[in-house]
Design a binder for this molecule. Structure first.
Ligand code: NAG
Ligand code: NAG
Ligand code: NAG
Ligand code: NAG
Ligand code: NAG
Ligand code: NAG
Ligand code: NAG
Ligand code: NAG
Ligand code: NAG
Length: 586
């Protein structure tokens, strides 16, 4: 710009420049090309194409702005002598190297901004002398690691922004010395786990922000000794799908954000101990339900945000126990309703974002439409999707007069109430249907003869369309089953009878075998297997004997047997030879 204007305005701009220069000279010690203001002492050298830090700053300068230049390096004692300097802005340069002790002598520096440069490493000692620094911005550099003791001398630092670097590693003692740090940002880094050890040095840390990380799980004890931490923000971790139950243990948070992650459920166990939590944001996670009675430990919770998730339902009792709850933000989900019974007390509710949901405007939302003028919808009115007659209508458009005929329900009515009885043989599969209509569409519950609620899985199961399925019926399944069809407006019950008779499929032989708990097939198999195992034992014995006999070298393989012939057998018989023979053993 400077060069452009010289070219365009020719001699005039030069004259102007000389005049400006003259003014600058007036203000004692103003470096060339910079603009200096006498009171307070400010030097503005922003955007002046400077390739190195200028000399000649007035020793009583309070603020120096060197941003948006082309500085590449800062030398040792670069700013020495500027004892009054409180703020130094070096952002938007090309700095890749800062020598050790570059800031030596800046005892009063409070704010140092080195944002958007090309730093790859912070050598130990770079910040020496900055004992009063409060705010340090190192964001948007290319820093890969924080080494041990990198910040040892900035003992009064309160805010450190280290975001948007390529951090892959934070050494265990990197944050030693930052005992007064209150706020830390490590947005967008390539860390593969939370730097638990390094963070545990930050005894005063109150706010921690970590956005855009690729970590997929928070392990137990991920944050240790951060007793003062009150606000934790984890967002845009697209792979984060697991929060171990003790991952947040030791923390006493008042505000927690875990948004734009991959959580598929509210991490109830991990949150349970956060009894001082007031603000919880779980927006933009694929969470489908807020379950009943699981958030009650968060006694002081005031706000819950779960915008843009996959919420299909908020169960009755979801916010039970939350006496201070006043803001619910569930915009842009898949909720068809929000029942009054979800809340501890709707009288405390002040702000509700329910827009962007496919709402069924029936009796379940009557409580809400009645409060439409009192509640703060944050400028976004909830809109009905059904019934057809009120499609797309906003809540505030309903007049008091027309309400009585609207937001109604029809209680569940079972369509076919004829008695159902089935007598079947053991082993058969039986279906009992239970169809009902009503508005909203009824839900079905099947109750077994011994009063248990039947699940949707198992041999005897309640299908979601209301049908009861009994597979491989057994004699003990006999009895009366009850179907309860219900919706917000009412319930109706249907009873069916099942009688299962013993099987006659394997009649004569099976009856003979009756005393045995096995059937014929089992017996055949068992017998066969028994015989086989007997055979194999014998075979193993033989094999063993064979090897045993082969291996013992000293064993004789022949036996010599002597006998005394009876006198009657040979009179003139020869001598001893005749009374002996040899046999070979194998
Ligand atoms: C310095 O001057 C630039 C324009 O040259 C201006 O945008 C910037 O705000 C000034 N900085 C300060 C600290 O006044
Ligand atoms: C430093 O300068 C940049 C660019 O001019 C500006 O955006 C930033 O706010 C300044 N930082 C401080 C701490 O004044
Ligand atoms: C950090 O992650 C980004 C995006 O995933 C990648 O482009 C970059 O190369 C990584 N840097 C390092 C040092 O690993
Ligand atoms: C999020 O979780 C789902 C399964 O729960 C998985 O299919 C998907 O890949 C995950 N997304 C990311 C970015 O890890
Ligand atoms: C937790 O934080 C709250 C709110 O800041 C505070 O009142 C309470 O004393 C803290 N409890 C502990 C054990 O630190
Ligand atoms: C609700 O959440 C949306 C989306 O995150 C946000 O834009 C809006 O400001 C929030 N409203 C309130 C009242 O918090
Ligand atoms: C319910 O579903 C089951 C299996 O999906 C099917 O066999 C049965 O006919 C259905 N019942 C009704 C009443 O639609
Ligand atoms: C329907 O039955 C359930 C128990 O099964 C009961 O809690 C509920 O109050 C009943 N609803 C109505 C409208 O009678
Ligand atoms: C009984 O068994 C016999 C032969 O085993 C068979 O022919 C007959 O059909 C069986 N009866 C029944 C009712 O299954």
């Amino acid at each position: 710009m400077f060069v452009e204007s010289v070219v365009r305005w020719g001699p005039w701009s030069l004259v102007l420049l000389l005049q400006l220069g003259g003014l600058a000279v007036f203000a004692r010690g103003c470096p060339p090309r910079c603009e200096c203001q006498p009171d307070p002492k400010e030097v503005n050298c922003s955007g002046k194409y400077l390739t190195s830090a200028p000399e000649g700053f007035s020793s009583d300068a309070r603020r120096i702005d060197l941003s948006a230049n082309m500085l590449k390096t800062l030398g040792r004692r670069q700013f020495y002598g500027l004892q009054q300097l409180q703020e130094l802005n070096l952002s938007d340069n090309l700095i890749s190297m800062i020598e050790v002790k570059a800031f030596q002598g800046l005892h009063n520096l409070r704010t140092l901004c080195i944002k958007n440069n090309r730093l790859k490493i912070i050598p130990v000692g770079v910040f020496s002398g900055l004992s009063n620094l409060r705010f340090l911005d190192l964001s948007e550099n290319e820093i890969l690691v924080f080494l041990d003791y990198a910040f040892r001398e900035t003992v009064n630092l309160q805010v450190l922004d280290a975001g948007e670097n390529d951090l892959v590693f934070v050494s265990q003692r990197a944050f030693v010395g930052l005992q007064n740090l209150q706020e830390l940002n490590v947005d967008r880094s390539n860390l593969t786990s939370v730097p638990t050890e390094a963070l545990s040095q930050l005894q005063s840390l109150a706010r921690l922000r970590m956005r855009r990380l690729t970590i997929s799980a928070l392990t137990n004890n991920a944050f240790r000794r951060l007793h003062r931490l009150r606000s934790l923000q984890i967002s845009h971790w697209p792979a984060l799908d697991t929060l171990a139950s003790n991952s947040l243990i030791g923390l006493n948070l008042t505000s927690l954000v875990i948004s734009n992650c991959n959580l598929s459920a509210v991490p109830y166990p991990a949150l349970r101990h956060l009894v001082y939590l007031r603000f919880l944001d779980l927006s933009h996670n694929p969470i489908t339900a807020i379950q009943g009675n699981l958030l009650g430990d968060l006694l002081r919770l005031q706000e819950l945000h779960l915008a843009g998730g996959g919420l299909l339902r908020i169960e009755p009792g979801a916010f039970r126990g939350l006496a201070y709850f006043r803001t619910l933000n569930v915009t842009s989900n898949q909720l068809s309703t929000l029942e009054e019974s979800a809340f501890h007390s709707v009288g405390n509710l002040q702000v509700l974002r329910l827009d962007g949901n496919p709402l069924a405007c029936d009796c379940r939302l009557l409580w809400l439409v009645r409060r439409r003028l009192r509640l703060n919808f944050d400028g976004r009115q909830p809109t009905c999707l059904s019934p057809e007659a009120v499609r797309q209508r906003e809540f505030r458009d309903f007049s008091e007069k027309e309400l009585p005929g609207m937001f109604t329900c029809r209680p569940a009515r079972i369509a076919d109430r004829r008695p159902q009885e089935a007598t079947v043989e053991e082993g058969t599969t039986v279906l009992f249907s239970c169809r009902a209509d009503g508005d909203p569409a009824p839900a079905f519950t099947w109750i077994s003869p011994n009063k248990g609620v039947l699940a949707s899985a198992g041999r005897i199961r309640a299908l979601s369309n209301g049908t009861l399925e009994v597979r491989f019926a057994q004699v003990q399944d006999s009895g009366a089953y009850r179907c309860v069809a219900g919706n917000a407006a009412g319930n109706e019950t249907l009873s069916v009878d099942l009688r299962v008779t013993p099987s006659v499929a394997t009649n004569s032989s099976a009856q003979m075998a009756k005393p045995y708990p096995f059937d014929a097939k089992t017996l055949v198999i068992a017998t066969t297997m028994g015989f086989l195992s007997f055979l194999s034992s014998v075979a193993i014995c033989f094999v063993f004997m064979f090897f045993w006999s082969q291996s013992k070298g000293q064993i004789k393989h022949t036996a010599t047997i002597d006998f005394v012939p009876r006198s009657s057998m040979g009179g003139g018989g020869g001598d001893g030879d005749g009374g002996r023979f040899t046999m070979k053993l194998i």
